[in-house]
Design a protein around this ligand. Structure first.
Ligand SMILES: Nc1ncnc2c1ncn2[C@@H]1O[C@H](COP(=O)(O)OP(=O)(O)OP(=O)(O)O)[C@@H](O)[C@H]1O
Length: 233
């Protein structure tokens, strides 16, 4: 479990994360949704340790985190095996079989020799997920990982992630502004608005409450900076 208490982060005069308190890791997949610019990526980067906060406390039991971004961020001059070997060496692991295993996990056997430019967007993103898995993360942080993919590929990767989470007992924080994706993938859904978590929902018996979608749209439709009427759940 990672607990963030009273986190605030500014960029210049702009308060992007505003006295935010949340606990992560009590459900396999927590989705974080919110309108563009509400601070989702900033929060994820703070959790990942890629960004400091100005005030607040982070009590992180998740020691080993891996991040998957919207872009695969593969090194173009290295082939797939070399890209993954780099991640493996960072994880202080020299067992090359792990690379085959990780590629199998993302259903991509036999492409070790290909260079990133030879991969489709979906394949490249699968490689970046394999790279994250090689780090054996105790929480996987995903920032709009499927946003740049076409609808069919996106759906395939969503199903792959759902299976992976179940098979590997992964913990995942999944940032998206696609509510359907968030509902499908997550077990818990946090709504962010103007730097705060304004609502939280838990999936029970495979379903979120019927009223959730309307509640969230009310938040998403509000312009940033006008959240004083929001109710907490
Ligand atoms: N490095 C930075 N320097 C200055 N401002 C920043 C920086 N990073 C983020 N911001 C600002 O913080 C606000 C929140 O950005 P953030 O990327 O966290 O939002 P988001 O909810 O993830 O949005 P989106 O869904 O569009 O990705 C934005 O106004 C953005 O311009």
């Amino acid at each position: 479990m990672t607990i963030l208490k009273n986190i605030t982060r500014r960029f210049g005069d702009q308060v992007v994360i505003n006295d935010l308190t949340v606990e992560l890791g009590s459900h396999p997949v927590t989705a974080l949704v919110g309108a563009s610019g509400c601070g989702k990526s900033t929060l994820l980067r703070i959790v990942a340790g890629l960004l400091t906060c100005d005030s607040g406390v982070i009590d992180a039991n998740h020691k080993n985190m891996a991040v998957v971004f919207q872009e695969p961020r593969l090194l173009p001059w290295l082939d797939v095996r070399e890209n993954l070997a780099l991640a493996l060496s960072r994880a202080h692991n020299s067992d090359p079989q792990c690379i085959q295993h990780a590629l199998g996990q993302v259903h991509l056997a036999g492409i070790e020799q290909k260079f990133p430019r030879e991969l489709s967007g979906g394949m490249a993103q699968r490689v970046s997920i394999a790279r994250a898995l090689l780090q054996k993360p105790d929480i996987l942080l995903m920032d709009e990982p499927f946003a740049a993919l076409d609808a069919i590929t996106r759906s395939e990767l969503q199903q792959m992630l759902i299976s992976l989470v179940a098979q590997e007992s992964l913990q995942c924080l999944f940032v998206t502004h696609d509510l359907n994706e968030a509902e499908l993938i997550s077990n818990r859904l946090l709504v962010m608005h103007a730097g705060k978590i304004v609502a939280s929902f838990v999936k029970r018996d495979g379903q979120y409450p019927c009223s959730m979608s309307a509640d969230i749209h009310q938040y998403l439709n509000q312009s940033l900076g006008h959240n004083e009427n929001l109710s907490h759940h």
